[in-house]
Design a protein around this ligand. Structure first.
Ligand code: C5P
Length: 220
């Protein structure tokens, strides 16, 4: 395993992906975006016409899931079957169905095994792994564990700025629906014992990156 594992969890729109990636870049660490794998699987199911509400059909897909991701924050990519789908996994149609894919327990087990393998394979000095259950399930022994939160208003505003193709209302509804579905599977709204909460509601991107880096440095 990389020398230092930094586990970061948080809800949709908390900024954890962009903040974690930038912090990894500045620390010279690798970066693992676990949500991207769930999104890629959801994209793959849509692409293949698989009914995402059918757990057996989704499970069949995960068994032969040819997933690859770039863990260098400067060369981040997401590929399925060799096809680069980095921008596609952020499409609203993928966000709308990803929770259905992510609630299948065997899918989670399979992807968690892959995440641990990717964490193990990556060289020192460290890796930032972000998602929903990294601090509690995937890497509960990580030396630094952080829960990145923000008020619902702030999260909607940030996500709306990213997804310009739809109204703020539609984005708000999607975000709330995804959080509701996801929180039935894992608790990413409250910090588990030993997990450091970091609230980014009233601080900007740069300050959040700095706060994350400071937390990593004081935790290792
Ligand atoms: O982090 P992001 O919002 O891109 O994650 C997309 C989806 O993947 C989440 O809404 C959730 O359903 C799923 N997910 C998960 N566990 C993780 C990371 C993501 O269930 N560790």
């Amino acid at each position: 395993m990389s020398d230092i594992v930094v586990a970061v969890d948080g809800p949709a729109g908390s900024g954890k992906s962009s903040v974690s990636k930038e912090a990894a870049r500045r620390l010279g660490y690798a970066y693992l975006d676990t949500g991207a794998a769930y999104r890629a699987l959801a994209w793959h199911c849509l692409d293949e016409g698989v009914d995402v509400e059918n757990p057996d059909a989704v499970l069949e897909r995960v068994r032969a899931f040819d997933y690859a991701t770039g863990m260098d924050p400067d060369r981040y990519y997401v590929r399925v079957g060799g096809e680069d789908i980095t921008p596609d996994i952020r499409e609203p149609r993928v966000s709308a169905v990803v929770s259905a894919v992510a609630r299948v327990p065997e899918v989670r087990q399979s992807l968690n095994a892959m995440f641990r393998r990717l964490m193990d394979e990556h060289p020192a000095p460290g890796v930032i792994v972000e998602g929903r259950d990294i601090t509690t399930i995937v890497a509960p022994d990580a030396p630094v564990r952080i829960l990145l939160t923000a008020s619902e208003e702030a999260r909607i505003a940030r996500r709306s700025a990213e997804v310009s193709a739809q109204t703020t209302e539609a984005t708000a509804q999607q975000l709330a629906s995804r959080d509701r579905q996801d929180s039935r599977v894992v608790d990413f709204m409250t910090a588990a014992p030993g997990v450091i909460p970091l609230d980014s509601t009233d601080i900007d991107f740069e300050q959040t990156v700095q706060a994350l880096i400071d937390t990593v440095r004081s935790g290792i």
